[in-house]
Write a protein that binds this ligand. Structure first.
Ligand code: SAM
Length: 189
């Protein structure tokens, strides 16, 4: 994407319970405009391999990283260094926050951003460190839905229409069925 880097940080990941929804979270991030997926909680190299495999086939890259101390990481991100030696912007998605469409116009776009989503229990420090606590409706639902709606509002059409470098499989939009170019097969022929 053009513009500053956008990370998604998923807190409190539990092996065994969360792989499917967390894979979906990373895929939604990739598809709608995020650049990196950061996972706190249990380590899961297998999930990172699956995400890599999607990127290998459908293009683009999504850097995935395990974060050992997410509260330390978040504090440093907002107070000291978002990767370039200057503080960044943290947006925490929570049903307790302020309405996302009202908040988005106030969020600066000239700094890297991390979008934080919770798991079973969100530590209180997340509310303190995040400059924005933002709700996608004040009802409990899903981190995947919250991320999708937030990224759509943040990027508009540019998010879901983003292009991916070095794709081997390219889906051609079709109103009537599946149309997929397989570049590996085309090169063999
Ligand atoms: N029990 C958790 C808590 O203490 O907040 C919430 C668990 S919820 C299944 C997982 C995550 O989904 C939340 O941490 C939040 O990031 C996101 N989420 C759920 N509903 C949301 C909403 N209405 N707006 C924004 N994010 C939401």
């Amino acid at each position: 994407m053009t513009g500053e880097r956008v990370d998604v940080l998923r807190l409190g990941y539990r092996l065994g319970r969360d792989p499917r929804i967390t894979t979906h979270l990373a895929l939604v991030g990739r598809a709608l405009g995020a650049d990196r997926f950061l996972l706190a909680g249990d380590k899961d190299p297998k999930m990172f391999e699956n995400l890599d495999s999607v990127a290998n086939r459908f293009g683009g890259g999504m850097d995935c990283e395990h974060i050992k101390n997410p509260m330390g990481w978040l504090r440093r991100f907002v107070e000291e260094d978002a990767g370039d030696g200057m503080p960044g912007v943290a947006v925490h998605l929570t049903m307790y926050g302020e309405p996302f469409r009202e908040a988005i116009p106030r969020i600066r776009r000239d700094r890297p951003m991390v979008i934080v989503v919770g798991g079973a229990k969100v530590p209180g420090d997340v509310y303190k460190y995040s400059q924005y606590n933002i709700a996608v409706g004040n009802q409990p639902h899903s981190e995947v839905a919250a991320l999708a709606l937030f990224l759509d509002a943040w990027y508009g059409e540019a998010g879901s229409n983003r292009s991916f470098d070095d794709a081997r499989l390219i889906i051609e939009p079709s109103a009537t069925g599946k149309s997929v170019r397989d570049l590996d097969r085309e090169e063999e022929e």
